[in-house]
Design a protein around this ligand. Structure first.
Ligand SMILES: [Zn+2]
Length: 287
């Protein structure tokens, strides 16, 4: 599943190659890619055509194009990448990808935008924007640590009121968005906090440290995912780019902790795994 840095990499690519252009046609192959747009593919095409792409925006793992209709009304075209969705900027004569589901052509015909998805968990849908410019279907998603609306003190105050484990809080998209399993484990390792520690039992400075590390680790990952903007290829593949070489905890079971040398442990967590250092991140005694 792509997390914030991977989605931000795609957003930057869209910003560079798609924003400012006017859509002349939108074609959808099959019904699955538009299943979140209830009125269907023909309706979506008609609504999108003639619009200018005014911006490419992101909140957490959600990505959308702000489309300005000829009458000046703005709407959000949500691009759900799912597990394996890719947005490609391609010359029109490039042969169709095997799993091509949507194609957007522009007034200037040098390149087109393609939505390719091997597993079709992703898709596109048009939505109204709320007063903050957020598409209505994701209005309940909290700001992420990289956006201007991020208020770390308010998030810490809300975490102090929760008795659930701090890792569950980090993954709760209504509290803070964009942090997934990988970056939660990395932030907790850096802060030397076990993810099962109840949030309300941690001090405010400790919670600030955890959130600060979450932001830092995602910014670093973003820096290392940045190579793909150079080509006409806006790529997300669910991996963390080159950042996997820099991971201190996630996926490192049995390898020595880079701080103390103790082998990293793996523990079951919500049908997935959590990775931590048994020595630096001691488990809470009882829950
Ligand atoms: Zn350690």
């Amino acid at each position: 599943m792509p997390e914030l840095p991977e989605v931000e990499t795609v957003r930057r690519g869209l910003d560079a190659y798609v924003v400012g252009r006017r859509i002349t046609s939108a074609d959808f192959h099959g019904a699955r890619v538009v299943r979140r747009h209830v009125p269907g593919a023909a309706d979506l095409s008609a609504r999108v055509e003639g619009s200018r792409v005014a911006a490419a925006r992101r909140r957490g793992k959600y990505l959308w194009l702000v489309l300005e209709a000829p009458d000046g009304h703005d709407q959000g075209l949500l691009m759900h990448l799912g597990m394996s969705g890719q947005l490609l900027v391609q010359p029109p004569d490039a042969s169709d990808e095997k799993h091509l589901h949507a194609r957007f052509r522009f007034e200037d015909p040098q390149t087109e935008l393609r939505f390719v998805d091997q597993r079709t968990f992703g898709g596109v849908a048009l939505a109204e924007l709320d007063d903050d410019g957020i598409p209505e279907p994701i209005a309940h998603i909290a700001p992420d640590p990289l956006e201007a609306a991020w208020d770390e003190r308010a998030v810490v105050a809300r975490m102090k009121a929760r008795s659930s484990g701090v890792k569950r809080c980090l993954l709760d998209q209504s509290l803070v968005s964009g942090i997934g399993n990988i970056y939660a484990d990395e932030a907790l390792w850096r802060a030397a906090v076990h993810g099962e520690r109840p949030a309300n039992r941690l001090t405010k400075p400790a919670l600030h440290r955890v959130l600060g590390h979450a932001r830092d680790v995602m910014v670093e990952a973003l820096g290392q995912g940045g190579t793909s903007f150079d080509a006409l290829y806006v790529n997300v593949n669910g991996s963390s780019g080159y950042f996997d070489r820099s991971l201190d905890a996630y996926g490192q079971e049995g390898r020595p902790c880079r701080r103390c040398g103790t082998p990293i442990r793996r523990e079951a967590f919500m049908n997935r795994s959590s990775y931590s250092c048994p020595r630096c991140q001691t488990r809470p005694r009882s829950r």
